[in-house]
Design a protein around this ligand. Structure first.
Ligand SMILES: C[S@@+](CC[C@H](N)C(=O)[O-])C[C@H]1O[C@@H](n2cnc3c(N)ncnc32)[C@H](O)[C@@H]1O
Length: 213
Protein backbone atom coordinates (compact mmCIF):
# COMPACT_ATOMS: atom_id res chain seq x y z
CA UNK A 1 0.00 0.00 0.00
CA UNK A 2 1.41 3.44 -0.90
CA UNK A 3 1.43 5.83 2.07
CA UNK A 4 2.18 9.47 2.68
CA UNK A 5 5.46 10.63 4.29
CA UNK A 6 5.73 13.97 6.07
CA UNK A 7 9.16 14.79 4.58
CA UNK A 8 7.84 14.46 1.02
CA UNK A 9 4.51 16.11 1.93
CA UNK A 10 6.17 19.24 3.20
CA UNK A 11 8.12 19.68 -0.09
CA UNK A 12 5.05 18.83 -2.14
CA UNK A 13 2.87 21.47 -0.43
CA UNK A 14 5.62 24.10 -0.57
CA UNK A 15 5.19 23.71 -4.34
CA UNK A 16 1.37 23.50 -4.19
CA UNK A 17 1.31 26.77 -2.22
CA UNK A 18 2.11 28.74 -5.37
CA UNK A 19 -1.15 27.78 -7.10
CA UNK A 20 -3.31 26.08 -4.42
CA UNK A 21 -5.89 28.88 -4.00
CA UNK A 22 -6.60 29.00 -7.74
CA UNK A 23 -6.79 25.25 -8.32
CA UNK A 24 -7.81 22.69 -5.67
CA UNK A 25 -8.61 25.44 -3.17
CA UNK A 26 -11.05 27.13 -5.57
CA UNK A 27 -12.72 23.77 -6.25
CA UNK A 28 -13.39 23.04 -2.58
CA UNK A 29 -13.85 26.52 -1.11
CA UNK A 30 -17.66 26.31 -0.74
CA UNK A 31 -17.23 23.01 1.10
CA UNK A 32 -14.59 24.45 3.43
CA UNK A 33 -17.02 27.19 4.45
CA UNK A 34 -19.89 24.71 4.87
CA UNK A 35 -17.66 22.58 7.12
CA UNK A 36 -16.78 25.64 9.26
CA UNK A 37 -20.49 26.21 9.88
CA UNK A 38 -20.58 22.86 11.71
CA UNK A 39 -18.13 24.10 14.38
CA UNK A 40 -20.78 26.32 16.02
CA UNK A 41 -18.29 28.02 18.40
CA UNK A 42 -19.28 30.23 21.33
CA UNK A 43 -17.62 33.63 21.91
CA UNK A 44 -14.16 33.17 23.43
CA UNK A 45 -13.71 29.59 22.17
CA UNK A 46 -10.34 28.35 20.90
CA UNK A 47 -10.44 26.48 17.59
CA UNK A 48 -7.61 24.43 16.10
CA UNK A 49 -7.48 24.16 12.29
CA UNK A 50 -5.16 21.21 11.53
CA UNK A 51 -3.59 21.45 8.08
CA UNK A 52 -4.74 25.05 7.70
CA UNK A 53 -2.76 25.32 4.45
CA UNK A 54 -2.89 28.71 2.76
CA UNK A 55 -5.52 29.86 5.26
CA UNK A 56 -8.41 30.10 2.79
CA UNK A 57 -10.89 29.66 5.66
CA UNK A 58 -9.36 32.12 8.12
CA UNK A 59 -11.40 35.14 7.08
CA UNK A 60 -14.60 33.11 7.53
CA UNK A 61 -14.15 32.47 11.26
CA UNK A 62 -16.05 34.83 13.61
CA UNK A 63 -13.71 37.39 15.15
CA UNK A 64 -14.92 36.70 18.72
CA UNK A 65 -13.05 33.37 18.89
CA UNK A 66 -9.34 32.48 18.80
CA UNK A 67 -8.15 30.40 15.84
CA UNK A 68 -4.86 28.50 15.74
CA UNK A 69 -3.89 27.12 12.33
CA UNK A 70 -1.25 24.40 12.24
CA UNK A 71 0.60 23.22 9.16
CA UNK A 72 3.77 21.42 8.14
CA UNK A 73 4.52 23.43 5.00
CA UNK A 74 6.29 26.78 5.33
CA UNK A 75 5.17 27.67 1.79
CA UNK A 76 1.48 27.13 2.59
CA UNK A 77 1.82 29.04 5.87
CA UNK A 78 3.44 32.04 4.17
CA UNK A 79 0.21 32.46 2.16
CA UNK A 80 -1.83 32.13 5.36
CA UNK A 81 0.30 34.79 7.07
CA UNK A 82 -0.27 37.13 4.08
CA UNK A 83 -4.03 36.74 4.53
CA UNK A 84 -3.82 37.35 8.30
CA UNK A 85 -1.84 40.55 7.67
CA UNK A 86 -3.85 41.81 4.65
CA UNK A 87 -7.23 41.21 6.32
CA UNK A 88 -6.05 42.20 9.81
CA UNK A 89 -7.24 38.89 11.26
CA UNK A 90 -6.01 39.51 14.81
CA UNK A 91 -8.01 36.56 16.15
CA UNK A 92 -6.04 34.11 13.95
CA UNK A 93 -2.50 32.81 14.33
CA UNK A 94 -0.62 30.03 12.54
CA UNK A 95 2.21 27.77 13.61
CA UNK A 96 4.48 25.42 11.69
CA UNK A 97 4.37 21.95 13.25
CA UNK A 98 3.81 18.30 12.42
CA UNK A 99 0.29 17.21 13.33
CA UNK A 100 1.72 13.78 14.13
CA UNK A 101 3.42 15.48 17.13
CA UNK A 102 1.28 18.54 17.94
CA UNK A 103 2.84 20.97 20.44
CA UNK A 104 -0.25 21.45 22.62
CA UNK A 105 -1.49 20.25 26.00
CA UNK A 106 -4.45 17.88 26.11
CA UNK A 107 -7.90 19.53 25.97
CA UNK A 108 -6.43 22.84 24.73
CA UNK A 109 -9.19 23.50 22.20
CA UNK A 110 -12.97 23.85 22.28
CA UNK A 111 -13.31 22.56 18.71
CA UNK A 112 -11.07 21.19 15.96
CA UNK A 113 -11.39 21.19 12.19
CA UNK A 114 -9.39 18.94 9.84
CA UNK A 115 -10.10 19.94 6.27
CA UNK A 116 -8.64 17.88 3.39
CA UNK A 117 -5.79 16.79 5.65
CA UNK A 118 -6.68 13.42 7.21
CA UNK A 119 -5.74 11.64 3.95
CA UNK A 120 -2.54 13.71 3.64
CA UNK A 121 -0.82 12.72 6.90
CA UNK A 122 1.22 9.50 7.19
CA UNK A 123 -0.95 8.02 9.96
CA UNK A 124 -4.62 9.11 9.82
CA UNK A 125 -5.78 7.23 12.98
CA UNK A 126 -2.90 8.84 14.92
CA UNK A 127 -4.08 12.27 13.77
CA UNK A 128 -7.63 11.48 14.86
CA UNK A 129 -6.40 10.18 18.24
CA UNK A 130 -4.57 13.50 18.70
CA UNK A 131 -7.77 15.35 17.85
CA UNK A 132 -9.54 13.27 20.50
CA UNK A 133 -6.91 14.26 23.09
CA UNK A 134 -6.68 17.95 22.15
CA UNK A 135 -10.40 18.72 22.13
CA UNK A 136 -12.28 19.54 25.34
CA UNK A 137 -15.15 17.30 26.48
CA UNK A 138 -18.26 18.24 24.49
CA UNK A 139 -16.19 19.84 21.73
CA UNK A 140 -16.70 19.05 18.06
CA UNK A 141 -14.18 17.59 15.65
CA UNK A 142 -15.13 18.37 12.06
CA UNK A 143 -13.47 16.37 9.30
CA UNK A 144 -13.90 17.38 5.67
CA UNK A 145 -12.40 14.83 3.32
CA UNK A 146 -12.76 12.37 0.49
CA UNK A 147 -13.22 8.84 1.85
CA UNK A 148 -13.08 5.60 -0.06
CA UNK A 149 -16.45 4.67 -1.52
CA UNK A 150 -18.54 1.70 -0.30
CA UNK A 151 -19.24 0.93 -3.95
CA UNK A 152 -16.77 -1.84 -4.89
CA UNK A 153 -15.94 -0.76 -8.50
CA UNK A 154 -15.47 2.87 -7.38
CA UNK A 155 -13.30 1.73 -4.43
CA UNK A 156 -11.18 -0.29 -6.86
CA UNK A 157 -10.61 2.80 -9.05
CA UNK A 158 -9.67 4.77 -5.90
CA UNK A 159 -7.12 2.06 -5.06
CA UNK A 160 -5.69 1.94 -8.58
CA UNK A 161 -5.20 5.71 -8.83
CA UNK A 162 -3.79 5.96 -5.28
CA UNK A 163 -0.07 5.83 -6.27
CA UNK A 164 -0.62 8.86 -8.56
CA UNK A 165 -2.61 10.70 -5.88
CA UNK A 166 0.14 10.08 -3.29
CA UNK A 167 2.65 11.68 -5.68
CA UNK A 168 0.53 14.85 -5.90
CA UNK A 169 -0.15 15.05 -2.17
CA UNK A 170 -2.99 12.87 -0.81
CA UNK A 171 -4.33 9.34 -0.56
CA UNK A 172 -7.46 8.41 -2.51
CA UNK A 173 -7.96 5.03 -0.78
CA UNK A 174 -8.51 6.08 2.85
CA UNK A 175 -11.81 4.87 4.31
CA UNK A 176 -13.52 6.58 7.24
CA UNK A 177 -13.32 3.26 9.12
CA UNK A 178 -9.51 3.18 8.72
CA UNK A 179 -9.18 6.83 9.81
CA UNK A 180 -11.17 6.10 12.98
CA UNK A 181 -9.40 2.86 13.98
CA UNK A 182 -8.75 2.97 17.75
CA UNK A 183 -10.21 6.48 18.01
CA UNK A 184 -12.60 7.14 20.89
CA UNK A 185 -14.72 9.73 19.08
CA UNK A 186 -18.24 9.10 17.83
CA UNK A 187 -19.70 10.24 14.52
CA UNK A 188 -22.67 12.47 15.36
CA UNK A 189 -23.63 12.76 11.69
CA UNK A 190 -22.06 13.10 8.26
CA UNK A 191 -23.25 14.43 4.95
CA UNK A 192 -22.28 15.35 1.41
CA UNK A 193 -23.20 18.68 -0.15
CA UNK A 194 -24.73 16.88 -3.15
CA UNK A 195 -25.57 13.28 -4.08
CA UNK A 196 -22.53 12.83 -6.30
CA UNK A 197 -20.08 14.80 -4.17
CA UNK A 198 -16.63 13.21 -3.76
CA UNK A 199 -16.14 14.83 -0.35
CA UNK A 200 -18.02 14.53 2.89
CA UNK A 201 -18.30 16.48 6.13
CA UNK A 202 -18.11 14.31 9.26
CA UNK A 203 -19.05 15.72 12.67
CA UNK A 204 -17.61 13.89 15.69
CA UNK A 205 -17.55 14.36 19.44
CA UNK A 206 -16.55 12.37 22.53
CA UNK A 207 -18.60 9.26 23.29
CA UNK A 208 -20.26 10.63 26.45
CA UNK A 209 -21.42 13.86 24.77
CA UNK A 210 -22.61 11.90 21.72
CA UNK A 211 -24.72 9.61 23.91
CA UNK A 212 -26.33 12.52 25.75
CA UNK A 213 -26.94 14.51 22.51
C1 LIG B 1 -4.87 19.52 0.86
S1 LIG B 1 -4.16 20.70 1.95
C2 LIG B 1 -5.60 21.28 2.83
C3 LIG B 1 -5.53 22.75 3.17
C4 LIG B 1 -6.81 23.35 3.74
N1 LIG B 1 -7.13 22.79 5.04
C5 LIG B 1 -7.96 23.13 2.78
O1 LIG B 1 -8.99 22.58 3.18
O2 LIG B 1 -7.85 23.56 1.63
C6 LIG B 1 -3.39 19.66 3.16
C7 LIG B 1 -2.54 20.45 4.14
O3 LIG B 1 -2.12 19.58 5.19
C8 LIG B 1 -0.79 19.91 5.52
N2 LIG B 1 -0.20 18.74 6.18
C9 LIG B 1 0.05 17.53 5.66
N3 LIG B 1 0.61 16.71 6.56
C10 LIG B 1 0.71 17.43 7.70
C11 LIG B 1 1.22 17.16 9.00
N4 LIG B 1 1.73 15.96 9.31
N5 LIG B 1 1.17 18.13 9.92
C12 LIG B 1 0.66 19.34 9.62
N6 LIG B 1 0.17 19.67 8.42
C13 LIG B 1 0.19 18.73 7.46
C14 LIG B 1 -0.15 20.23 4.18
O4 LIG B 1 1.04 20.96 4.31
C15 LIG B 1 -1.27 21.01 3.50
O5 LIG B 1 -1.18 22.38 3.75
Amino acid sequence: MMKMRESATSRCYDLWSKFYDYTFGALVHKRQIRALEELRPSPGDRVLDIGVGTGMTLRHYPDNIKVVGLDLSAGMLRKAVDKIRDDNLRHCQVIQADAMFPPFAEQSFDHIIISHTVSVVSDPPKLMRWAQRLVKPGGRVIVLNHFQSNNKPVALVEKVVNPICVKVGWRSDLSLEEALEGVDLKVLYRFKMSLVDLWQIVVLTDRESAESA
